[in-house]
Design a protein around this ligand. Structure first.
Ligand SMILES: [Zn+2]
Ligand SMILES: [Zn+2]
Length: 323
């Protein structure tokens, strides 16, 4: 029987060389195998290490069906090298160690393990990958107390890592790459959902693009930056029967929290803080005026029907300039 040209092409394209099959196989999970005699499983990647000397022993979590007796593990050469790399990195980045403390090495190591599992090079700033990759990588070790086995090992490195764990790692890595791009992006203006801060009247608050990306995007960042409030007109320095719904910016929110309520003391504090950023002496003069018998009332932006302010408290610009 003769093959048509299309059939020949199809047969050729179905052929995968053995070394490629092997490489592909290592990107998907596989069942554990019996631990060879005189070996311990590697605590990281799970392969059998021909040694009787454990590097660590882990007690199974009560969620597993294993008896509480600790399981012993060793470290293969490649996972030993990862540990060294993590230690070197933390030594070279004392700020990271100061920030996250004694678990810094373990976290960096998890990131390195995560990169190895998804076949990515451990180049660039690991501290930068850490916030995204560590949550996805922290449960991948073979010695994870939640998924511990006894007398078993992985047939090849990381074969115990599930497809969903691999997918999470890839997703986290992609997010970290997007973070890197946002480092060079301009700040994001997070717009007030109700037009302007009820107190100072600014329409938007700038935030670094990386902060917005790590916070889950502009929508999530807006929700965390702008606090919704329902206030009495009196609290804004206005008159009227019904409460006013709106939002306040983080600076004004801090003043409200300090004062304990929306009202004149909070407005006064918010204006003093704002003026103090431009001119300390002026802020002191304002503070003295506020302590007088007839202090300025400093009505909030929400007391009027105005367009949003380009700068905080611009509707009080004439008062502020005269201080
Ligand atoms: Zn290993
Ligand atoms: Zn404000």
């Amino acid at each position: 029987m003769t093959q048509t040209a299309t059939e020949k092409r199809n047969n050729q394209s179905r052929y995968i060389p053995p070394e490629q099959t092997e490489a592909l196989r290592r990107t998907v999970p596989d069942d554990p195998v019996k631990l060879p005699p005189g070996s311990l499983a590697c605590e990281g990647c799970g392969v059998a290490v021909p040694t009787a000397r454990p590097t660590t022993s882990v007690t199974p979590s009560t969620v597993t069906s294993l008896p509480a007796k600790p399981v012993q593990f060793a470290r293969c050469d490649s996972c030993k090298a990862v540990q060294q790399q993590a230690e070197d990195y933390v030594t070279a980045h004392p700020a990271l160690a100061a920030r996250i403390g004694t678990i810094a090495v373990e976290r960096v190591e998890s990131v390195l393990f995560g990169l190895a599992i998804i076949g990515q090079e451990a180049t660039g700033d690991l501290g930068f990958l850490l916030p995204r990759l560590h949550p996805a990588a922290h449960g991948v070790r073979f010695a994870n107390p939640l998924s511990l086995t006894r007398d078993l090992c992985s047939p090849y490195a990381w074969s115990h890592v599930t497809l969903s764990q691999r997918a999470e790692l890839k997703k986290a890595y992609a997010a970290a790459l997007r973070d890197r791009l946002s480092l060079s992006a301009p700040p994001v203006a997070l717009r007030c959902p109700s037009g302007g801060c009820l107190f100072c009247g600014v329409a938007s608050v700038p935030r670094a693009a990386i902060q917005v990306a790590r916070g889950g995007g502009a929508q999530a960042a807006t929700a965390s930056v702008w606090r919704p409030v329902l206030v009495s007109p009196n609290g804004l320095g206005a008159k009227g029967p019904s409460n006013i719904a709106g939002h306040v910016c983080p600076d004004c929110n801090a003043a409200i929290e300090d004062a304990g309520a929306v009202g004149w003391p909070a407005r006064a504090q918010a204006v003093v803080t704002y003026v103090g950023r431009e001119n300390r002496a002026k802020a002191e003069r304002l503070r003295a005026m506020l302590a007088d018998d007839f202090p300025p009332q400093l009505p909030a932006w929400g007391a009027f029907n105005l367009r949003p302010n380009a700068r905080p408290w611009d509707h009080l610009r004439r008062v502020i300039d005269r201080i």
